[in-house]
Ligand binder design. Sequence first.
Ligand SMILES: *Cc1c(COP(=O)(O)O)cnc(C)c1O
Length: 365
Amino acid sequence: MKIMPNVLDRQFFMFKDEYEKKALDVLNSGWYILGKEVSEFETEFANYIGSKNCVGLASGLDALWIAFRLLGIKQGDEVIVQSNAYVACVMGITINGATPIFVEPDEYHNLNADDIEDKITDKTKAILAVHLYGQASNMEKIKSIADKHNLYLVEDCAQSHGAKYNGKMTGTIGHVGCFSFYPSKNLGAFGDAGAITTDDDELAKKFKTFRNYGSDKKYHNEVVGTNSRLDEMQAGLLRVKLSHIDFYNEDRVRICNRYLSEIKNELIELPKIRNNATMVWHQFVIITDHRDKFAKYLADNNIFTSIHYPIPPHLSEAYKYLNIAKGSLPIAESLANKVLSLPLYNGMRDDELDYVIGKINDFKL
Ligand SMILES: *Cc1c(COP(=O)(O)O)cnc(C)c1O
């Protein structure tokens, strides 16, 4: 048996007829950019999340950088972000010339709320909470810090579609929720796509203008914007997928509950679930001191895994200019050497899980 870290076609095959019908409808419609599918998707996604507004965009990175741009964050400003984030989270900040200030993660891989206040200066303008691996961050505490210091709170929900904190969906707690619909995300398109959610009507309007060259009315350009439009094909296919999101997320819970209850190997530390947080399991990330050996052992048994992420952003080539020395963020640096994402995808079968769990339980040094 061969097990890949992710398999994208099974989720398609589960509702193949619906996706195919929608694709043909869009092709036959003669309308391919900013039409009915996009506006219907925006309404349906806003309703699902429980937000007043949703604006479709071309990617998750666009959602992040445009959010910071429209909140007025610029060169000289500081934005707090977790040190083990995905590099795109940091790019959303630095594209605007602002400086990322890294705070180490808590035991749930999210921003450690207890360490934020030490890092706030007169230059701090915002906090970016990344709900990594499908689990909500400690939003009660993070929001109270943001409110107390008058900071914008931006949520990166690229991995947390449908995850809740205290019963409230991620993407509705801060000022803006930024979503990616990259194909491997819990709500994935069949190409690139993204969106923001916000209860601020003015801000939502600004996003709509900005994504389309700064124009609301054709050829009347109010600001220098960009081209970050969600297209009709992706929006249509996302509507089909959104109608099954709970089914897809429950399927991931089924798989991860088996991992949680059946993996028994003292060399492997299983992920923890925060009180009051729901987990939509974007990734199932284990920690082990013997990561590379474990990954090789699995690969030798035809089980392939991935690492989210092998290099923390501050040590990447791209961020050399920040001059953050190796050793300055020890938790993120250590996690980069110890985390491993087990195979996880919609439609993963019980015989595949039996095989993976059996091999994991047999691993020894
Ligand atoms: C995928 C991802 C992004 C970027 O989304 P794209 O659509 O690929 O631009 C940003 N943040 C996180 C946490 C992600 O997982």
